[in-house]
Ligand binder design. Structure first.
Ligand SMILES: NC(=O)CC[C@H](N)C(=O)O
Length: 331
């Protein structure tokens, strides 16, 4: 008994804590209803994997996550990771912004202990609910020595994904979380099968530390599309944004009429991060737009919502565009 690893489950809400009116309700239900004690009590199989304790951190749908939620959660994860009696940490989370929280924790929590973020696509009340197995897998991975040092992980649909790379790619099916670089491994019947490891800097090798971050700067996103106007860019500039992520078309291309508005923002000291609305691939520096000339930063392979997270974290340390670009290559 005493030899079992201790895994702390931090519950934040989402569909994995959702409840519907009938078992046929796979998509129509209320998220963030079931408390963590009930979630854990419903999975007696966890006892054979780990000694599990639960904490209700929030009970919200993840689209309502704010920077304050990220900071509070990150600080709690960091404090738990420092405890000698904690071997791994699981965060249950709504799937809509799960990838943002997982990437944030990957950047700022200085630990090699496994941290696993998990959600579900169907509430526990539904036929073929996926939350129980996803949570069982998450606790199993968090309890495993071989999951240490691999950065923040996401277990969904039998796969172990890198929290940096993974994104929600469909809003109905259970195989919702994918990365263009592929999963790190799979978890089957409580055993992990690894196939690759992340090469970008994370967690214990990060230059960022949640214990030293008290606030995150305002970073927002504008979307590129045909007939784009500059209203959003100008409004964010007036609102005092510190960086603006441009979710461009194609290889992060920017409409001719939007370029001067972004240049004006940069001239005011606002950082411009050029990303792409295309789900996969990566933005090349000085292709499509002369980034060196405009002093813009490219988001590498990060989707706009992940580029926003990295820009916020990076801006807590530097407002130098060359340093920001180095950070975007390295993380
Ligand atoms: N599948 C889900 O978790 C989505 C539920 C909700 N919108 C959330 O992200 O919390």
């Amino acid at each position: 008994q005493a030899a079992r690893p201790h895994v702390v489950v931090l519950a934040t809400g989402g569909t994995i804590a959702g409840a519907g009116a009938s078992a046929a309700n796979s998509a129509t239900y209320a998220a963030a209803k079931v408390p963590v004690d009930k979630l854990l009590a419903g999975l007696p199989e966890l006892a054979s994997v780990a000694r599990v304790s639960g904490e209700q951190v929030f009970q919200i749908a993840s689209e309502s996550f704010t920077n304050d939620h990220l900071l509070q959660l990150g600080k709690r994860v960091s404090a738990l990771a420092k405890q000698a009696d904690v071997d791994g940490i699981v965060i249950t989370h709504g799937t809509d912004t799960l990838e943002e929280t997982a990437y944030f924790l990957n950047l700022v929590v200085r630990t090699t202990k496994p941290i696993v973020v998990v959600g579900s696509m169907r509430p526990g009340t539904a036929l073929s609910a996926d939350g129980a197995l996803n949570l069982y897998d998450a606790v199993g991975v968090a309890a495993s020595k071989d999951a240490a040092g691999k950065g923040v992980l996401v277990t969904m649909n039998d796969e172990i994904q890198s929290g940096r790379d993974v994104s929600k790619t469909i809003n109905i099916k259970t195989e919702a979380f994918k990365s263009q670089w592929g999963p790190l491994g799979m978890v089957v019947e409580g055993k992990n099968y690894w196939f690759r490891a992340p090469v970008k800097r994370h967690t214990s090798a990060s230059e960022f530390n949640i214990d030293e971050i008290q606030a995150l700067p305002a970073v927002d996103i504008v979307y590129g599309y045909g007939n784009m106007n500059t209203t959003g860019i100008e409004a964010y500039g007036k609102a005092g944004v510190k960086a603006l992520v441009h979710a461009g078309t194609g290889n992060g291309s920017v409409a001719a009429q939007a370029v001067p508005a972004l240049q004006a923002l940069r001239a005011q000291g606002v950082q411009v991060v050029r990303s792409a609305r295309v789900p996969d691939g990566f933005v090349l520096r000085n292709a499509e737009q002369p980034d060196d000339k405009y002093d813009w930063v490219v988001a590498h392979d990060l989707r706009p919502q992940k580029a926003r997270i990295l820009a916020m974290v990076a801006l807590t340390k530097t407002n130098d565009s060359k340093e920001l670009q180095r950070i975007f290559w390295e993380y």
